[in-house]
Write a protein that binds this ligand. Structure first.
Ligand code: 5GP
Ligand code: ZN
Length: 118
């Protein structure tokens, strides 16, 4: 997808604060964080959303979750949220599959966990 912003980040055509990368995925900081720590875990393959997954995407989907777990540990996050927005009605604005990793709140009393704007 030539005009997809996350494809361009994955190909280093536009800059991002990349914290991890392997042959299948890239992890970078969200440009407009919704939490003290906010990372996006993004497959290099252009898949539009969870609604567009096909049978051969099982491995990459598992890889996204394991990469999120590893990044959370590296960042010292004790608790965190993992979020997929799906479609405009689900709040998805970038049409390239991505998993949000959100955390870094100091303690449970800092935030109403049922009211995260994402
Ligand atoms: P969505 O609403 O699609 O689930 O989430 C898209 C996320 O990508 C948003 O949190 C937004 O701040 C982030 N984002 C959009 N454009 C860029 C960009 O160019 N660079 C980075 N690092 N994040 C972006
Ligand atoms: Zn893309």
């Amino acid at each position: 997808m030539s005009d997809c912003i996350f494809c361009k980040i994955a190909k280093k055509e536009i800059p991002a604060d990349i914290v991890f990368e392997n042959k299948d995925l890239v992890v970078f900081e969200d440009i407009k964080p919704s939490a003290p720590a906010h990372y996006l875990i993004v497959p290099k393959e252009h898949i539009q959303s969870i609604a567009h997954l096909e049978g051969n995407h099982r491995d990459i989907l598992a890889d996204l979750i394991y990469a999120a777990k590893d990044e959370a540990k590296k960042a010292g996050l004790k608790g965190y949220k993992l979020v997929f927005n799906v479609g405009r009605e689900g709040g998805q604005m970038v049409d390239h599959l991505h998993l949000h990793l959100l955390g870094g709140w100091k303690n449970n009393g800092d935030i109403d966990h049922k009211r995260i704007p994402l």
